[in-house]
Design a binder for this molecule. Structure first.
Ligand code: PLP
Length: 406
């Protein structure tokens, strides 16, 4: 990550081919708007797995770390957590998925919260704690117990066997049980019956744990959809993911309760314009054949940048505030659009692949739908080859360049 400060006006000078602009103010506003929806004493865990849904985990964690109600960050893998620690993020980190034993000592040393639901994990963790002690580091393994109330993905069942797992965790001296959580399978649907059932099952299980005299400080349940529509599921904390980035969990969630601003926009420029005659084909496979004389523009971005090949012949880009349809197949590093209807279009004109230009907007949702890919997935897949430019108050404050872009 490079620190810098300059206006957003001249980005093409240094990043001529493509760049993603990440608006940290939008992320902060989205988080504040979500906070306004949840109970005053409910905290928020910011979910920044898959490099912050493709937006850039370290910069976002840095932006949110100082907010008093952010009680930590959630990642999917150990590697993501280690990378954030390395980037200097000190807030508590939770790995939501199964963490592998080979990483336990390092996770314990770095106080990374481990999700547990397998008996052998409890034993492996106590072994790792003892091994660390022998090496001079005295520290407990901090865990969050995962409860499966309907996803059938990971987690203990909220039954007698599950209770005995909780007992074993509390009975393991080397382990500190900090949290317990479950995850909605269908909270983003209009019909909340299934989600309500999950809340009820989780609440009953928590009650049984309490009755046995165990206290777990951080009980959490809600994802973004839950934050928007299920206030009952607030508990001690919520896990905010996709909405932080200004994206919607689904088409079915109500959009009138909260204002969300998409944080990411994707920009390129026209590198070539030419005319083709009726009967000429465009791109691999000749899937598009011009029916008449046309003006077409080449954009130097492709599926190698995560701009899905499934958008072949389906999506649009914005040029001079107008929509220009994609023609033929998206290549690995380039694609063509129709600018016949935009006669003012010139080589070097800015092209907006995601974001606003004048009155037009292309959202991640639109690209997700057109490519059959789902907005979460489209965001996650924006490639490493695309530099992320983080801006605040209209100024670029840092640049994430996972790979040098030539
Ligand atoms: C990804 C994830 C979240 C965040 O989900 P959103 O729909 O993006 O809010 C929360 N909890 C768990 C366990 C997850 O895997």
């Amino acid at each position: 990550m490079k620190e810098e400060s300059r206006s957003t006006g001249d980005l093409f000078t240094d990043y001529p081919r493509v760049y993603a602009q990440i608006d940290l103010d939008a992320i902060r506003r989205n988080v504040e708007n979500m906070k306004a929806l949840i109970a005053p004493d409910t905290k928020m865990i910011a979910v920044i797995k898959t490099d912050g849904y493709g937006h850039g985990a370290a910069a976002i964690a840095g932006e949110l770390e100082s907010l008093p109600y952010i009680c930590g960050f959630a990642l999917a893998t150990e590697g993501e957590a280690f990378a954030l620690k390395k980037a200097g993020i000190s807030g508590p980190l939770l790995v939501l998925g199964y963490a592998f034993p080979v990483h336990y000592e390092r996770m314990i040393r770095e106080k990374i919260r481990i999700t547990v639901f397998r008996r052998d994990t409890l034993r492996e963790l106590s072994g790792a704690v003892r091994a660390l002690k022998e090496k001079g580091t005295e520290r407990k393994a901090i865990v969050h117990i995962k409860v499966d109330t309907g996803m059938n993905r990971i987690g203990i069942k909220p039954d007698a066997e599950g209770l005995s797992f909780v007992e074993e965790a509390f009975g393991t001296e080397e382990i500190e049980v900090e949290g317990i959580f479950t995850h909605f399978a269908r909270a983003d649907e209009e019909d909340k019956t299934d989600a309500q059932g999950q809340i009820a099952a989780f609440s009953r299980f928590l009650e049984q744990i309490r009755e046995r005299g165990f206290h777990i400080p951080l009980k959490h349940c809600s994802n973004s959809a839950g934050i928007l529509e299920l206030p009952k599921a607030n508990m001690d904390a919520v896990r905010a993911g996709v909405t932080m980035y200004g994206l919607w969990p689904s088409r079915e969630v109500r959009r009138d309760r909260i204002e969300l601003t998409p944080a990411l926009s994707l920009h390129s420029q026209i590198v070539y314009i030419k005319e083709i005659e009726a009967g000429e084909a465009v791109s691999y496979g000749g899937t598009f054949v011009a029916g008449e004389k046309m003006r077409i523009a080449t954009i130097p971005v492709g599926y190698g940048d995560g701009y899905s090949r499934a958008l072949s012949g389906r999506g649009d880009v914005l040029i001079r505030g107008r929509r220009a349809p994609i023609l033929g197949r998206i290549c690995m590093d380039q694609f063509m659009v129709d600018v016949t209807g935009i006669p003012q279009a010139r080589e070097s004109d800015p092209v907006t692949l995601i974001g606003r230009d004048g009155s037009q907007e292309i959202t991640m949702e639109e690209l997700g739908e057109r490519s059959g890919r789902f907005n979460y997935e489209f965001a996650c897949c924006i490639g490493k080859r695309v530099p992320r430019l983080f801006c605040r108050n209209g100024r670029i404050i840092s640049v994430g360049e996972p790979e040098q872009d030539f």
